[in-house]
Structure formats: structure tokens, C-alpha cells
Design a protein around this ligand. Structure first.
Ligand code: HAS
Ligand code: CU
Length: 558
């Protein structure tokens, strides 16, 4: 009986049972990391703003590491990979390749083991090195080995995605691939090229040094390898959100995808320009001549262009959708958007916040302005309104339909309304917290510091009111995170079963749109140009650093 039920329901399911398990495993693990990350985030924020004092056996920097690693590195990676698999299964024929599923599972388990090793070291206070794990602070080798496992596991996920795509293309010669699949492949191409940097840092510098095989580490070189990875990392977070904005939001708002070529070109530009720009995180560092910094600043400004293309394409999509529903006047389309649908509203709030977030990014990237904001809370504010607002609000929106869709349940009006409340609370909390961080950063408050009044120095006294707002914002955010998790538990286990196939919104391209140029699908060309740009932007400064930067012995700063 049980079996027949399962067979019958799996026919109606929107996903094949093997795919469902794989994707749910990724999402489930991501939500656990989210829970750990937001708890650590709240406690750390309350300490930092002076609201509470921590017990002597828990350190501020330890919590900050747990917060950054669980949310920025682990939650994102698992969620993104799960989401990409889901879209691939949907758009490449309804089912993932069984051989690719095998690879995907191996990748999943490697990432899980790596995460557990890393978290264990953070809990035992042997890896209090923050999410950027800068040398010469030295963590336990187990922490770095854990990181290496996560990276290599994610490569297998990339390979699984490429296998599905390759299989589809072989079966459909001459056709251009479905937009979702194309964008998923582009995201993973970016990821595989950029993670080479962190893999070199971890395998050839951090692990041998932490095992005591080498006494010193070339700090400047390690930071360079890190940021070669660290900047495209932020686009690895952003691009899945863009996939949703380009491919799925049009369907949700009852419109059409604006163009079949523009999103592809956007993603190609991200691959080209997001990688040779890591120096914009190192503008204030010695050991890199200003010519190379300037070159990478120019490339950084170029990587802003695909985001501006996205902004205009989205507004056009909204307007066309509104007009097709009879909207009149310059802004009539605005009223035709689905303001009660959490799948749209949460995303739209993210888009709105991304406008000042992007402007802040341009401030950071401007050589001189970065001197004012570097290493201040302005940067912390910047990355909270990018990753922790624009991206995460989109991920909330995705989770709200993807979880019930995978569990064959309904996104009920109750869950939708709870989701609306939750995403608005998140937005308000984030605006309070991040605005305060941006302002107090310009007033000079450093980032990555535990609570201190600097001996009641007058320069620090002006920061007090902003600390209050930061603390209040973080409490509001935590409340929203709890609501999100409650809603996810409801959608996962308790929401009523769906009677028919659950909606997985995939937009259609307008009929009048031409077929995308074939060159956009010639990956070797784009990967080749990317490698050339990387070589131009990095070779000379890296050789210079390898020859001249002094080494440092390990430091335990906590
Ligand atoms: Fe950044 C530091 C520059 C984007 C994340 N960034 C960070 C760090 C993180 C991060 C985590 O140049 C800190 C790392 C650390 O720990 O030290 N960032 C940029 C630039 C962009 C940018 C130029 N960052 C992001 C994104 C992130 C992210 C995205 C995460 C997801 N960032 C920097 C620099 C630093 C930095 C320096 C180092 C600073 C330092 O000193 O340490 C650009 O990509 C931004 C382009 C975006 C736009 C916005 C387009 C708007 C859109 C929305 C459209 C809205 C619609 C709604 C459709 C140009 C697409 C409209 C509706 C209506 C009705 C109007
Ligand atoms: Cu960057």
C-alpha cells in the first residue's frame, strides 16, 4: 500500500524521486547552516554593540567566524547548488542524468564532511580566523582540510551540472540551450575558475604551513590568491539570484522574458570581468604597485555594466508585463505587479535594496574613496545589503515555492502571508542595521572589532547611537530569520499536499525574440578570454610578490 501510494504520487510529482532527494538534501543542509549562522550573528552583534557581555568561554571573534562561515560560505553554497539542480531538472527534460546524480551525491557528502570538520574547529576555538581566514592568523590544519573538501565537493557539483548540460546539447544539436541551464552552467564556469585561487592558497600555502612543514607564509601572496577567489565568490552568490530575476520572475508577474540573448551576454560579462579584479579588496595594501591596482579598478567598473544591463532589462520586463495587462501612463505598470505574492515581493525588495548596494560597491571600488571606507563598518554595511539583502531576499522567495514544490505540498495563503510579513521585517531590520553601519563607517568605526569604547575617546563617542541602531536592526533580523525557518518547517512537513503538479515557474521568451547568437554558447572562447585577462591582470604582481614579500610565522590572535 505504502509503495503504491509512493509510486502514484511520484508520477504526479513535479520532480523525479532521485532528484527530489538530492535537491532537498542540499536545501535541508543549507537551512541548518542558516540557523547556526543567524544565532551566532545575533549574539555576536549584541556583544559588538555593547548590549551584552559574553560568557568567558565564548569569544566574539569565534562567534563572528561561525556567523561568516555558516552563512557566507556554507548556506550559500548548498542552497545555490540545490537551486541550480532544480532548474536543470526542470528545463533539461524533467530529470537529472543518473550518472550525474552519483557525482552530485559524492560532491554533497564531501561538502558535508568538510563543513563538519570546519565547524568542529570553530567550536573548539581552533579556527577563530573569520570567514576570510587571513594569514598570518593560523587555524588548525583540520579547518583548512575541511575547506578544501568543501571546495572540491563543489567542483563535483559543477561537473554534475556540466554533464547534464552536455548530454542535453548532444541530443539537441544546433539548438540554443534553455536559458536557466545556460545560466547555471555560466555560474559554475565562474565558480570553477575562481575557486582555483583559494584551492592554491589552501593546498600549497595554508595546509603545509599549519602542519608545520613550512615555518613562514607569504601573507601578501595568500591574500592575493584569496581575493582572486573572493570577488567572483560574491557573483557566485549573485548570479543564481539573477537567474531567478531573469527567468522565473517574468512568469510570476505574468510577463515574458525580455530577451533570450541579453541575459546570456550578461552572464558572459560576469565570467570575463569578475575574476581579474580581486585587487579592489587590496587597494590599501602595500606590495602591489598602483598600476596593477588601477588596471583592476578599471575592470571592476566594467563588471558593473552587466548589473546595470540587468536593472534596465528588469524594469522593461515589469513595464511590458504591466502594459500587457492594460496598464496606462508612465508608471501604471507598477500597480499591476503582484504585490501580494511572496515569490515576487521578497525578490522585489531585494532588487530595490540592490540599487544603493551597487552604488556602495562603486564607492568601494573607487581607489580614493576606498581610503575612507576600507576596513570600516561601511564595508560590513555594503555586504549586508548585497548578499544579506538583495541575494537572500531572493533566496527566501525561491525557498517559499521550491520547498513545497519538492515536497509536493501547497504554498498556502497562510505560508504566503507569513512569508510577506517575514520579508518585510527582514527588509526593515536590514535597512536599520546597514544604514547605521554605512554612516558609522564613514565616521571611522573599524570593522572586525569586538566591543570597546576606546577609553571613551570623543571620536568613538559619536558612534554610540549608530551602535544602538545596529543592535536593534540585528534583533529584528533575527526575528525574521526565525519566522522564515518556522515557515520552511511548515512547508516541508505540515502544509497540505498539492492535488496537482506544483508550479515551478519558468518564464517564456517573447515569440518575436531572435535566436541567441551561437557564439554565446562557445564556452572555450569565453573561458580562453577570461584566462587571458587573468594572466594580464595577475602575472607580474604575483611574480613580484613571490619574490619580494616577506614571510610570516603563525600568529594566534585570539
Ligand atoms: Fe562588493 C567588498 C565592490 C557587488 C559582497 N563586497 C565586499 C565584501 C563583500 C561584498 C562580502 O571595490 C566584503 C569582503 C570582505 O570581507 O572584506 N561590490 C563591489 C562592486 C559591486 C559589488 C563594484 N559585493 C557586490 C555583491 C556582493 C558583494 C553583488 C554580494 C552578493 N565590494 C566592492 C569592493 C569591496 C567590496 C571594492 C572591497 C572594499 C574594501 O575596502 O574592503 C558591483 O557588482 C555592484 C553593481 C550593482 C549595481 C546595481 C544594479 C541594480 C540592480 C537592481 C535593479 C532594481 C530593480 C527594481 C529592477 C550597479 C540590478 C527597480 C524598480 C523600480 C520601481 C525602480
Ligand atoms: Cu569585490
Amino acid at each position: 500500500m505504502e509503495n503504491t501510494l509512493r509510486d502514484r504520487s511520484s508520477d504526479q510529482m513535479s520532480f523525479h524521486v532521485q532528484d527530489r532527494r538530492l535537491i532537498l538534501a542540499h536545501l535541508g543542509f543549507a537551512f541548518i547552516a542558516f540557523l547556526i549562522g543567524v544565532v551566532a550573528g545575533l549574539v555576536q552583534a549584541l556583544q559588538r554593540t555593547g548590549f551584552i557581555t559574553l560568557p568567558s568561554n565564548i569569544g566574539y571573534y569565534q562567534l563572528l567566524t561561525a556567523h561568516g562561515v555558516s552563512l557566507a560560505l556554507i548556506f550559500t553554497t548548498f542552497f545555490i547548488i540545490g537551486y541550480l539542480y532544480s532548474g536543470l531538472a526542470k528545463t533539461l527534460g524533467g530529470k537529472l542524468l543518473p550518472s550525474a546524480n552519483m557525482v552530485a551525491w559524492i560532491g554533497f557528502y564531501m561538502m558535508v564532511i568538510g563543513t563538519l570538520l570546519g565547524l568542529m574547529m570553530i567550536i573548539t576555538n581552533d579556527a577563530t580566523v573569520l570567514y576570510t581566514f587571513y594569514a598570518p592568523m593560523q587555524a588548525s590544519p583540520i579547518f583548512y582540510i575541511g575547506l578544501a573538501l568543501v571546495v572540491v565537493g563543489s567542483w563535483l557539483s559543477g561537473i554534475a551540472i556540466f554533464m547534464n548540460y552536455h548530454h542535453w546539447r548532444k541530443k539537441h544539436p544546433g539548438e540554443s540551450s534553455p536559458l536557466f541551464a545556460y545560466m547555471a552552467v555560466a555560474t559554475m564556469v565562474l565558480w570553477l575558475i575562481c575557486t582555483v585561487g583559494v584551492a592554491i592558497e589552501v593546498l600549497f600555502q595554508l595546509i603545509p604551513w599549519s602542519l608545520g612543514w613550512t615555518d613562514k607564509i607569504n601573507v601578501e601572496l595568500s591574500r592575493t590568491f584569496f581575493w582572486y577567489f573572493g570577488h567572483p565568490l560574491v557573483y557566485f552568490w549573485l548570479l543564481p539570484a539573477y537567474i531567478y530575476w531573469y527567468v522565473q520572475i517574468p512568469k510570476i508577474i505574468g510577463g515574458k522574458i525580455f530577451s533570450n540573448s541579453l541575459p546570456r551576454l550578461t552572464f558572459i560579462l560576469f565570467i570575463l570581468y569578475s575574476i581579474p579584479v580581486g585587487f579592489h579588496h587590496q587597494l590599501m595594501e602595500p606590495g602591489v604597485s598602483s598600476f596593477w591596482k588601477f588596471l583592476q579598478v578599471v575592470l571592476t567598473m566594467l563588471v558593473v555594466i552587466p548589473s546595470l544591463m540587468t536593472a534596465f532589462a528588469l524594469i522593461a520586463t515589469f513595464e511590458l508585463a504591466g502594459r500587457s495587462k492594460g496598464a496606462k501612463g508612465l508608471f501604471g505598470w507598477f500597480t499591476k505587479l503582484p504585490w501580494k505574492d511572496v515569490r515576487f515581493v521578497s525578490t522585489f525588495l531585494g532588487m530595490l535594496i540592490f540599487i544603493p548596494a551597487g552604488a556602495g560597491g562603486v564607492v568601494n571600488a573607487s581607489f580614493q574613496l576606498d581610503q575612507v571606507v576600507h576596513n570600516t563598518l561601511f564595508i560590513t554595511g555594503h555586504f549586508h545589503i548585497t548578499i544579506a539583502a538583495a541575494v537572500i531576499l531572493t533566496f527566501f522567495a525561491i525557498a517559499y515555492w521550491l520547498v513545497p514544490s519538492l515536497r509536493n505540498r501547497q504554498l498556502t495563503p497562510f505560508a504566503n502571508n507569513l512569508g510577506l510579513i517575514q520579508c518585510w521585517i527582514w527588509t526593515i531590520g536590514m535597512l536599520i542595521m546597514s544604514t547605521a553601519m554605512h554612516i558609522v563607517g564613514v565616521l571611522g568605526e573599524p570593522r572586525r572589532t569586538s566591543y570597546t569604547t576606546y577609553n571613551n575617546h570623543p571620536a568613538a563617542e559619536v558612534w554610540e547611537p549608530y551602535r544602538l541602531f545596529t543592535g536593534i536592526g540585528s534583533i529584528i533580523l533575527f526575528l525574521s530569520a526565525v519566522l522564515f525557518l518556522i515557515n520552511i518547517v511548515y512547508l516541508w512537513f505540515f502544509a497540505p499536499k498539492a492535488e496537482s503538479e506544483v508550479d515551478f515557474p519558468i518564464g517564456e521568451v517573447g515569440e518575436e525574440q531572435p535566436k541567441p547568437p551561437a557564439i554565446l554558447e562557445r564556452w572555450s572562447v569565453w573561458i580562453g578570454i577570461t584566462i587571458a585577462l587573468v594572466i594580464i591582470a595577475y602575472t607580474i604582481p604575483v611574480i613580484h610578490m613571490a619574490q619580494h614579500a616577506p614571510g610570516s610565522p603563525p600568529i594566534r590572535s585570539w
